[in-house]
Design a protein around this ligand. Structure first.
Ligand code: ADP
Ligand code: MG
Length: 248
């Protein structure tokens, strides 16, 4: 493969998922390229979280194909733990270990999974704390942090595994408004560094600024997708028009 060739990091083809009679994802097909930042928008219950969770097999599709970093998730021989090590995930709830220090939280996965020795993991953790603007918090307990600080630590923790792809599921939805900007700034910088990112968010200003592509989910379907200017300024799909009239 030549260097210039675009590399597909995530390939999703005709994926369906139902919970009982609730058909949550309907024939979803989507390719995401290396270095691309894709923002997913859409009403609550439209299947955005289910889609993200399928990419690291927290959910299994009923049918269709998902290939992440060249690994076909439905192949029996695929080591899902290897795939997961390459995918960082950040949720609305931070899921940090509250009784540990900030540094311990960030070092835990790379050390436990044998990716780094303690010395290297600590060096990496301190670099990441600089990156998220919280170097001075290394030795405090996570308990003492604000929500926005916790979320920046959760991002640092995900990055400690040196993932190729970062998934964000409404990372700022649980935060007080004054905390949102700092977290979005960290994500903007990460996007600028070339990280492949898939982000579910209701922050439309952020989406406009940072997304290479915006994907609108509604009723388990991708109803429209395109560059931000098209999706926000010239939406074709009626449901997207209605959604935007409510959120913008
Ligand atoms: P979104 O993230 O867009 O709000 P979700 O992917 O969370 O949407 O949910 C899509 C639909 O799937 C909703 O109807 C939700 O109730 C349902 N759902 C999600 N997870 C489960 C689950 N584990 N079991 C049963 N139903 C679920
Ligand atoms: Mg969701």
């Amino acid at each position: 493969m030549s260097e210039a060739q675009t590399k597909v990091k995530v390939h999703v083809d005709k994926v369906n998922k139902s919970y009982g009679s609730n058909h949550v994802l309907r024939d979803i097909s989507l390719d995401i390229n290396e270095n691309e930042v894709v923002v997913m928008i859409g009403p609550s219950g439209s299947g955005k979280s289910t889609f993200l969770r399928m990419l690291n097999q927290l959910e299994t599709p009923d049918n269709g194909t998902i290939v992440v970093d060249g690994y076909d998730l439905s192949h029996k021989g695929t080591d899902i733990n290897k795939v997961r090590e390459n995918i960082g995930m950040v949720f609305q709830s931070f899921n940090l270990f509250n009784n540990y220090t900030v540094l311990e939280n960030i070092m835990l996965a790379p050390v436990e999974l044998g990716k780094m020795d303690k010395e290297k993991a600590e060096k990496k953790a301190r670099e990441l704390l600089e990156t998220v603007g919280l170097a001075e918090k290394a030795d405090v307990s996570v308990n003492s942090l604000s929500g926005g600080q916790k979320q920046r630590i959760a991002i640092a923790r995900a990055l400690a595994m040196e993932p190729d792809i970062m998934l964000f599921d409404e990372p700022t939805s649980a935060l007080d408004p004054e905390m949102v900007g700092d977290v979005l700034d960290v994500m903007k910088n990460l996007a600028g560094s070339g990280m492949t990112m898939i982000i579910v968010t209701h922050e439309m200003g952020f989406a406009k600024q940072v997304a290479d592509r915006v994907v609108f989910f509604e009723s388990g379907k991708i109803q429209e997708s395109g560059v931000p200017e098209q999706v926000f300024n010239a939406p074709k799909n009626e449901r997207l028009q209605e959604f935007l009239s409510k959120v913008m």
